[in-house]
Every structure is written in structure tokens, then in C-alpha cells.
Design a protein around this ligand. Structure first.
Ligand code: SF4
Length: 359
């Protein structure tokens, strides 16, 4: 564990380095609005900074404060998030905004404990919001910070296990500086994102290299320990691009929970359905008589718990059989561009139509 003098030295070096070399002009920096800090922190949980910036700018333009987000239709929130992945984050963001308005009068609570009780805000995100918005002395421990601490202090074991995570939280708490919490918190994030990166860390430029255990012992490649190997189960499905003669595409709103919950996507069927079974299912579910017109190459997409292999099929609507009461509708080309499509489905439609069809 860190002793207080070496902890002070570590924090001091991180703070000085951040002030001289860290990132200071990201669009969510330079203000203390907890709403904007919260949106950026949630986006950055599973998305790199460069990829998150355009989404962040569009999102806060569309929903400039917590009240605007709270009253927005769920479909608009999902559309603003579409393409970022990990959609539970968007659903939680929406629920959390409503919670903040209903229970806290539209003001974010200031304590880490109260912040971490909000939907979708874990201990590390709560600490980041409290530090950046309110100057609270609170420890963060996201994936980047775990890597920096595991290497610098030579902590063995996979950080996803409870015992190793506890050890890292203890370290993170012990290292907190008395002053400069914003620069320190940002410095740890910057260090993990720009120097102490997963492969080939740039130790030559690192402000804490002189006290780094992994560097001294030549173990930067083996720390932190990787997640134990796990075979991801494979799931197969058939997705059908069903279109009418005007080129409108049948899209279905997915249930609010589960994979791609709340987004709109292509109708999905059993992978082993025969052509006849597919046509019958489409007629039963959507009230359309279709002609199946061919297949496209398989598309594979990795979720955290399984891999999905999709067999895309093309179908043309021959005639409507009646009024369907399911959550599907024909979407013209212009509306398709604005639809909250999952990224792999958007890419698939781009392949079919070329970039002019779906952005
Ligand atoms: S010296 Fe290298 S391994 Fe150690 S904290 Fe710095 S960048 Fe990471």
C-alpha cells in the first residue's frame, strides 16, 4: 500500500504533469455544470474520447440541461445515442434525469453517496462528478485508472475480481491529494488514456515512472492481469430487410430492455427458418406477403456476453394482407437516416444502399 509521503509524491507529480501536459480543452471541461460532466462521464465509460466528442456535442445541443432530457421522448434519447453502443447507458441517463427532476428538484446532489444512488451512476462516476462539479475529494477507479495503479504499485491479479478491486480502491483512496483534486482526477484519467495505455505504454514520458513497480521489474506487459479466458457463446439469427416498391424499409422498435432495447431494428427470426417458414412468419407478424430475393454475407457482432451471427435476407413486399398491430412500420429513406438504428444494422443497410442511403 502507498505510504502517505510516497502517496503525496505520486499525487503531486500527477497534478504537475496534468497542468503542464494534460488535456484541458475537451468540450466538457472548463465548466462546473454537473449535467454536462455527468453526460460526458457516462459516454466515456465505454467510449474513447475522440469517438465520444461528436456524440457529446450533439447530445447537449439537443438536450441542453437535465430538465430537457427528463421530458424528452425515449425514442429521441435513443436516436441521439444510436451508434455509441452499450444502450443501457442511454436508458439509465434518461431515467436518471427524470429521477433528478422528480426527487431532487432538477439539481444534482453534491455528495458521492447521493450521486451513486442515482440510476446508472456507479461509485467511480459519482466521484468524478463530485470532484469536477463540486471540488469534492473523492477517488475514481475506472478501467484506465485501474491499469495505472495496478502497474505503478505492482498489484497482481485480474482487477475485475472483488479482492483485487478492493485493493485498488484502498490505494485510490490513500493517494488522494489534499488540494488540486480536479487536476489530480483529470491527470489520472489522462495518464491512463494517453501514456499508460494498454499496449506499449509510453513510460519515457510518464511523470510517475521513477516509482513505477511494473517499469522497474519489466512487468508492464503483464500488469494488469488480463480477464481469465472465457468462451463467448454464439447465437445465430436471420434478419430480413423487408422493403416495398418505393424502397421503404420495415423497422421494428425493440422491447425497452435487453439487447438494443428501445432502438429500431430489422425484423429478426430463427436462424434455421426455411424460406416458407420465413414468409409465413412475416405474414403472421407484419401482415405482409413477401417475395424473398436473396441473402447477403453473414454479419458478426460481439456483445459482452455472447457473439451474434446474423444472416441478412432481402425481401420485397408483394401486398399488404391487413392492418398489423405490432411495433413495426415502413420507414422511407430520409427517415431511415434519422432512425435510432444499432451500429451493425446501420452498417448493413449502408452496404446494401451505399452511403447515400443510410448515414
Ligand atoms: S511508468 Fe509506464 S507502466 Fe508505469 S505508470 Fe507510467 S506509463 Fe504506466
Amino acid at each position: 500500500m502507498a505510504r502517505s509521503s510516497s502517496a503525496g509524491a505520486f499525487a503531486g507529480r500527477v497534478i504537475r504533469w496534468q497542468r503542464a501536459h494534460g488535456r484541458r480543452d475537451l468540450p466538457w471541461q472548463g465548466g462546473r455544470d454537473p449535467y454536462r460532466i455527468w453526460v460526458s462521464e457516462v459516454m466515456l465509460q465505454q467510449t474513447q474520447v475522440a469517438a465520444a466528442i461528436p456524440y457529446y456535442l450533439r447530445f447537449v445541443h439537443r438536450f441542453p440541461d437535465v430538465r430537457a432530457l427528463a421530458v424528452a421522448p425515449a425514442a429521441d434519447v435513443m436516436a441521439a445515442w444510436a451508434g455509441l453502443g452499450y444502450y443501457t447507458r442511454a436508458r439509465n441517463l434518461h431515467r436518471c434525469a427524470q429521477f433528478v427532476v422528480e426527487r431532487h428538484g432538477g439539481e444534482f446532489p453534491r455528495s458521492v453517496r447521493a450521486l451513486s444512488e442515482l440510476p446508472g451512476i456507479g461509485r467511480s462516476t459519482a466521484a468524478a462528478i463530485a470532484a469536477f462539479a463540486f471540488g469534492a475529494r473523492a477517488a475514481i477507479l475506472d478501467g484506465n485508472v485501474k491499469r495505472v495503479l495496478a502497474r505503478h504499485f505492482g498489484v497482481a491479479g485480474y482487477p475485475g475480481t472483488a479482492a483485487v478491486e478492493r485493493q485498488l480502491w484502498t490505494l485510490a483512496e490513500e493517494l488522494l491529494p489534499g488540494d488540486g483534486i480536479e487536476a489530480y482526477t483529470q491527470g489520472l484519467m489522462d495518464l491512463g488514456a494517453t501514456l499508460c495505455v494498454r499496449t506499449r505504454p509510453r513510460c519515457g514520458a510518464c511523470p510517475v515512472a521513477r516509482s513505477c513497480v511494473a517499469l522497474a521489474q519489466g512487468r508492464t506487459a503483464e500488469l494488469p492481469a488480463p480477464r481469465p479466458a472465457r468462451v463467448r457463446p454464439l447465437r445465430h439469427a436471420t434478419v430480413v430487410i423487408i422493403r416495398d416498391d418505393d424502397g421503404a424499409t420495415l423497422l421494428e422498435t425493440r422491447p425497452p430492455t435487453g439487447i438494443w432495447g428501445g432502438l429500431v431494428s430489422l425484423p429478426e427470426f430463427d436462424a434455421d427458418a426455411s424460406d416458407q417458414a420465413l414468409r409465413t412468419s412475416i405474414a403472421d407478424r407484419y401482415e405482409f406477403d413477401v417475395v424473398l430475393e436473396g441473402s447477403l454475407p453473414h454479419v458478426r457482432h460481439e456483445f459482452s456476453h455472447y457473439s451474434l451471427v446474423m444472416q441478412p435476407r432481402l425481401a420485397r413486399i408483394r401486398r399488404a394482407l391487413g392492418a398489423s398491430d405490432c411495433a413495426a412500420r415502413l420507414v422511407g429513406r430520409d427517415a431511415l437516416r434519422e432512425s435510432a438504428l444499432p451500429a451493425p444494422i446501420r452498417r448493413l443497410l449502408q452496404q446494401v444502399d451505399g452511403d447515400a442511403g443510410v448515414r
